[in-house]
Design a protein around this ligand. Structure first.
Ligand code: PMP
Length: 286
């Protein structure tokens, strides 16, 4: 695997950073993951805009434009073609390495910019009888109140994911102290009720997922499936006809079991199949 680190391409196993890097010491950085299918990215511009927003929010100066990123990442994808046709790219910008460990943002420190590519699965078949259905659990969301920032400090997410993983689940839904759905530990969440697609509004309690955005915009452009962004209670989640979890690596993943109980009739839903077809037809337009 060929990685990019601070202006150079090199074998991933030779890439080195300082232990004083603030990404290592404090989780002080922003990251992105972008899927490439057959060399084509899904949502490159919105992913890199989200990264720019995150960097601005924590005052890290990285002067690469979306166009600079497009060229750099195309190069990285080409250099990793031997890994397969479908690759994910992980991009990480940390505040960089200071000469001491001190909480305040240092001045005149160059950010550390790192990226590498890794193989990802083929998309699931657009067929409800053939796709993989997830079994998930749920728990109260114990993360911080800035979940809209795609911070590399992921311990809260990691602990929640592990909680689900340890009980044999592939993801865990999270809800706030008012019993309202926020998202999942590494995905956004949607429900379907009476043919309508509903997802929590985007605020400080969840990540502004690019897959989420592409789904909402694709469904609106298509017009055949109503979609709504609003508060979703866990009672609604438990009584939903369908539940989906979405991310760049999962695309739209149907959930067939929540906390040991079937979702709807326990099978992957027809609205999932219709929505996934619409998403699949339009995903390279973003
Ligand atoms: N929420 C969280 C907490 C995530 O980590 C992710 C990405 N893995 C998502 C949502 C989905 O975001 P995206 O669709 O941009 O991958």
């Amino acid at each position: 695997s060929i990685a990019y680190l601070n202006g150079s391409f090199l074998p991933l196993e030779e890439a080195r950073i300082s232990p004083l890097d603030r990404g290592f010491l404090f989780g002080d950085g922003i990251y992105e993951v972008i899927p490439y299918y057959g060399g084509k990215p899904v949502g490159l511009a919105p992913h890199m805009q989200r990264m720019a927003d995150g960097l601005a929010a924590i005052e890290i100066k990285c002067n690469k434009s979306i166009e600079d990123w497009r060229v750099l990442l195309d190069d990285l994808i080409a250099k990793n073609a031997d890994q397969g046709a479908n690759l994910g790219v992980y991009i990480h910008v940390s505040r960089g390495a200071d000469t001491k460990r001190y909480h305040a943002y240092p001045e005149n420190v160059e950010p550390t910019i790192f990226a590498f590519a890794f193989p990802i699965k083929d998309p699931e078949p657009v067929d409800r009888t053939k796709a993989h259905g997830y079994a998930v659990s749920s728990t109260q969301d114990l993360r911080w109140k800035r979940c809209n920032i795609k911070s590399t400090a992921l311990l809260g997410n990691v602990m929640h994911y592990q909680q689900g993983h340890a009980s044999g689940h592939g993801e865990i839904l999270l809800y706030n102290e008012n019993n309202e759905l926020t998202e999942a530990s590494s995905s956004n969440a949607f429900i379907v009720k009476d043919g309508k697609v509903i997802t929590p509004i985007q605020d400080h309690q969840n990540l502004p997922g690019i897959t989420r955005r592409i789904i909402i915009d694709s469904l609106k452009a298509d017009g055949s499936i109503p979609v709504e962004e609003r508060t979703v209670t866990m009672d609604e989640v438990r009584n939903a006809d369908e539940i989906w979890i979405t991310s760049s690596s999962k695309e739209i993943a149907p959930v067939i079991e929540l906390d040991g109980k079937p979702v709807g009739n326990g099978e992957i839903g027809q609205v999932w199949e219709n929505a996934f077809r619409i998403y699949t037809e339009r995903k390279f337009d973003f």
